[in-house]
Design a protein around this ligand. Structure first.
Ligand SMILES: [Zn+2]
Length: 155
């Protein structure tokens, strides 16, 4: 009878998560997000592939420590939002996050443990844009308006 020498995936995942949890910069949200992401990423994989997948998933959470470049509470004003990865200010972060840091807005929120209502678009800018969209009556702004409506309801 042959015993599988590789540890079961779940055990490997637990080890990764435990190691990650030991990092000073790991937040509870990070750990929970990693615990959720790992099993999904590992489903149905052979141990070798699973290990590669673990590294990949873990890397998303561990390549950069989630220490914000500026304090979160000071990372936005009415006219600008500051990227917590690099400290640069913008009117909106979405494109910058994708282009410079390879992060989606939700990954960014997870990375820095941001509340859902933490603005990623300068509040004044989104107001002006909603105004403009309304005046122009342009359908292509519908998605941004939805974001704006979302922000508005949380402010
Ligand atoms: Zn940045």
């Amino acid at each position: 009878m042959t015993e599988f020498t590789d540890p079961p995936v779940s055990e490997a995942a637990v080890r990764v998560i435990t190691a990650f949890a030991g990092r000073e910069s790991a937040t509870v949200q990070d750990i929970l997000a990693l615990s959720q992401a790992l099993p999904a990423a590992l489903a149905g994989l052979q141990p070798a592939a699973a290990r590669a997948e673990i590294s990949k998933v873990a890397a998303q959470f561990t390549t950069e420590t989630a220490i914000p470049a500026v304090p979160v509470a000071e990372s936005f004003t009415d006219d600008s939002v500051t990227c917590l990865c690099c400290g640069r200010s913008f009117t909106m972060l979405k494109r910058h996050l994708r282009a410079e840091h390879g992060l989606s807005e939700s990954e960014y929120r997870i990375k820095f443990n941001l509340d859902d209502d933490h603005p990623l678009v300068a509040p004044n800018y989104s107001l002006r844009k909603a105004d403009y969209a309304k005046k122009a009556g342009l359908g292509r702004y519908a998605r941004d308006e939805a974001v704006q409506a979302n922000l508005g309801s949380q402010l």
